[in-house]
Ligand binder design. Structure first.
Ligand SMILES: [Mn+2]
Length: 324
């Protein structure tokens, strides 16, 4: 039997896998990538003896590979909160899918394990920008504000590493980061013991300080659009910057637009914290767009369509219009 752990390289994916592998140890071949690299399941060879665990990548975007694996006789356990579409009905498929806006994959694994490794779910939820859910889970463990702040810094640092266009921009490959993290059962000890996490945290603070100097490219009644320059720090910062912006102005939607590595623009959209909907519908109007109601993106927006995007963004989050 060959085991594969297939996971999003962001904090939610890594903290979800960490919980399952602390509770159910199993050597496995790791399949992962940057946050936007979600078509991961096709990297798993189709074989009847494959045992595959999947974390935090959209089922809909991996459907073809998933069906091929199931058809070949593989067993697939699937944890995710992204847009899934119809779930396969197959004896080899074990799905833990919930697309509600206030859950993340780390929380789904926490439910599955009945809280066995919950502190990691707290870090994962912070990393996935669900601070209220994270604090609620932390409170159920009796964690104080200082411990929650440490798990928040851990989640945000793990996440920061994965927010790049391609692997060349990574501070450390997510598989290597997972291996470093996996040496620790206690997430409260990781930041002190792993220099790479402190390095990511310091780079993140520096990048965010640069972003804070930018003025909005577009300001609308329902939101703001920021345009980042074509520099390595801006390719790293856009997701974390978007998360900070929504907390800064919870009634507004935000888009962070930055030049992609292959030309064109990469767009990251956050719905207003006060009204977590509309981000996915807006992004799906453009080719290569997708995501969740609260947070979505467009992987490649041609530069000449930026004006179309601005108009669609304004309409999508116009407080005077009913949502559509
Ligand atoms: Mn997630």
């Amino acid at each position: 039997m060959t085991h594969y752990d297939v996971f999003n390289g962001d904090a939610d994916g890594i903290c979800a896998l960490q919980q399952l592998r602390l509770a159910v140890p199993q050597d496995a071949i790791l399949v992962t990538g940057v946050k936007r690299d979600v078509a991961l399941l096709r990297q798993v060879p189709c074989a009847p003896d494959a045992r595959v665990a999947v974390f935090d990548i959209s089922l809909d975007q991996n459907r073809e590979a998933l069906l091929a694996l199931l058809e070949a006789g593989a067993q697939v356990t699937y944890f995710d909160h992204h847009h899934a579409g119809a779930l396969p009905v197959h004896p080899g498929f074990h799905g833990y899918i919930d697309t509600a806006p206030l859950v993340c994959t780390s929380i789904l694994v926490d439910r599955h394990l009945q809280g066995a490794c919950r502190a990691w779910a707290v870090a994962g939820a912070f990393g996935d920008n669900l601070p209220d859910a994270a604090r609620e889970l932390g409170a159920s463990l009796g964690l104080g504000p200082a411990q929650c702040a440490l798990l928040q810094a851990l989640g945000e640092s793990i996440n920061y590493n994965a927010y790049v266009d391609d692997e060349a921009d990574l501070i450390i490959h997510p598989a290597e980061l997972y291996r470093a993290i996996h040496r620790h059962a206690d997430p409260l000890a990781v930041m002190d013991s792993e220099p790479v996490l402190r390095r990511i945290r310091d780079i993140r603070s520096r990048d965010l300080a640069q972003a804070a100097d930018l003025a909005p490219h577009g300001t609308f009644p329902g939101g703001r659009v920021f345009l980042l320059p074509d520099l390595p720090w801006s390719r790293r910062v856009r997701g974390a910057w978007g998360n900070l912006l929504v907390h800064d102005a919870p009634d507004l939607a935000h888009a962070v637009v930055s030049p992609g590595r292959q030309g064109g623009l990469v767009v990251s959209v956050r719905a207003p914290l006060a009204r977590l909907r509309g981000a996915d519908a807006l992004c799906r109007r453009f080719p290569t767009g997708g995501g969740r109601a609260a947070a979505a993106g467009i992987n490649h927006l041609p530069v000449e369509r930026l004006a179309d995007f601005l108009a669609a963004f304004e309409r999508a989050f116009d407080p005077a219009q009913p949502p559509r």
